[in-house]
Design a protein around this ligand. Structure first.
Ligand SMILES: Nc1ncnc2c1ncn2[C@@H]1O[C@H](COP(=O)(O)OP(=O)(O)OP(=O)(O)O)[C@@H](O)[C@H]1O
Ligand SMILES: [Mg+2]
Length: 267
């Protein structure tokens, strides 16, 4: 059976978990909700099952519980891939290592090295928290002295743009995309950006799918920036993505994927 860990941030009007559960119900596929917080990691309540974690709390406990469940179950997304996506350093390392496109990035404890990086990249760069999300804590700066945060520093070449793209990828296939726009640096919807669904040209699909493969993840949201000369570069991969503003039938596609995976793991 498919066991579902609901997203902790679901609300009545924005409920990712129940959208997928409704699709399973439509197909008559049995599923059960799993309350992650109540799991005893030394006495697992389920074994040999498929577990879909729509989202988990970042409270230092839930990730460990999911890892324990993974010892005897098929967890989607895998805890390794969720951990990779949580860290911008690990994600960027995997993207660059795989040959997928990425902005030039520097990770260091040294402000001198940050300054050299800025000087080599047009006198500015973008600072991002290593475990950041929703565009929080991201800013552009022109001198290493402007960084007020403690080291280490994850800084990236500024890629000139007026929009970004979020591509939903399932089983290494780009299935939905939105364009996000705002008048400022971060176009995230949580930062006031507006999203609208767009078609997926081949070069966009290629960039997003290569990022998903680099991370090795069942499904994800890949953030891309368009390049002035054409093509796209990968900012990051989100391991518990929402599908806000997408017109592609993501809940249906996710339900189909879960059913497929559950069948395969029983063969
Ligand atoms: N190198 C860059 N050059 C220009 N703009 C950038 C760069 N990196 C990030 N941005 C802007 O900041 C936004 C957020 O960046 P990113 O997706 O890396 O961070 P996040 O906080 O993890 O977002 P998410 O909500 O997807 O978790 C991007 O969508 C883009 O608008
Ligand atoms: Mg992002």
């Amino acid at each position: 059976m498919i066991h579902i860990i609901p997203k902790p941030t679901d609300t009545q009007s924005d409920n990712s978990t129940s959208m997928v559960m409704a699709e399973l119900q439509k197909r008559g596929v049995p599923y059960a909700k799993l309350d992650l917080a109540s799991i005893d990691p030394f006495n697992l309540p389920v074994s040999g099952e498929t577990i879909w974690a729509c989202g988990i709390k970042q409270d230092g406990i839930q990730f460990e519980l999911l890892k324990a469940l993974e010892l005897e179950n098929h967890v989607i997304n895998s805890t390794d891939s969720i951990a990779t996506c949580a860290s911008k350093v690990t994600t960027t390392a995997k993207i660059i290592c795989s040959g997928a496109p990425s902005p030039a990035t520097c990770f260091t404890n040294s402000k001198e090295i940050v300054q050299k990086f800025i000087d080599a990249h047009g006198g500015k760069a973008v600072y991002k928290p290593v475990y950041g999300f929703d565009g929080n804590g991201i800013y552009m700066f022109h001198s290493a002295d402007e960084i007020k945060e403690e080291p280490p520093y994850y800084v990236q070449e500024y890629v000139k743009n007026d929009r970004d793209y979020r591509i939903f990828v399932i089983d290494n296939k780009a299935v939905g995309a939105i364009k996000r726009q705002s008048a400022h640096l971060t176009h995230n919807i949580h930062q006031g950006g507006t999203g609208c669904a767009v078609e997926i040209p081949k070069d966009m699909a290629d960039a997003a799918e290569s990022a998903a493969r680099a991370v090795g993840i069942d499904y994800c949201g890949v953030d891309l920036l368009p390049l002035e000369g054409g093509g796209y570069t990968v900012l990051e991969v989100n391991g518990t993505p929402n599908w806000h503003c997408m017109t592609a039938p993501i809940p249906k596609l996710l339900a189909d994927y879960l059913i497929r995976q559950d069948k395969e793991s029983r063969r």
